[in-house]
Design a protein around this ligand. Sequence first.
Ligand code: ADP
Length: 231
Amino acid sequence: MRRIDEIEQLKNELVSTVSHELKTPLATIKAYAATLRQNPELYAEKRDEYLKIVEEQADRLSRLIEDLLLVTRVEAGQLLRRRATVKLDTVLREAIAEIHFDKDRHPITCETDSVSISGDPDRLRDLFRNLIENAIKYSPNGGAIAVRAQSDNGNTRIEITDSGIGIAAEDLPYIFERFFRVESETTSTVGGSGLGLYIVSAIVRAHGGTIEARSEPERGTTFLIVLPNKT
Ligand code: ADP
């Protein structure tokens, strides 16, 4: 495809995804704010519950905007901004701290070797946050999430495993493509732009690593990342 056609296609895809993905959280925020304002009798009882929903939907909007900015950087070849020595356990802890989730429904365990990676700390945090957020999002009935990292022969293998809805074999080859989403009741309920794994795989590649997914529908999914250690 010609570069100009590629850009046109990206623009069209962005406009349709963005308008759809913006509308849902905005409509929810508006509805809950209006309900509270118009029904003062609900204020005492429902305020916390409704404001929590408003906050979650606002988070969803800011994630979408961040993802769009990152996609623009992937396309421009400017994904990495700085390089530093990044301690894996620190970056994992920071990524988890950025996620709002119910720790009782989705207990996360981390077993990591003490290892450092040379990379962009912000992008590495984005990488792990995205994968752990997906693990939570696609485990609607709850379930543990395990992060394991082992280092040998100059590489670190990081596995992120959930026990969620899984991904059918016929969908697996496409999950890292821009805008790809599996069509199912759960995926349409939880929403998403289909940009997360595209950004994730671009971040892994930019750090000289590889990523793959293994999954069994109804049983769960494991993402396996191999990144070179800092030399
Ligand atoms: P989205 O914004 O839809 O979450 P992603 O690019 O992060 O986009 O993921 C692409 C698709 O891959 C998702 O829509 C979902 O169908 C599937 N997927 C990603 N992670 C998981 C997971 N941990 N378990 C089940 N399905 C997943």
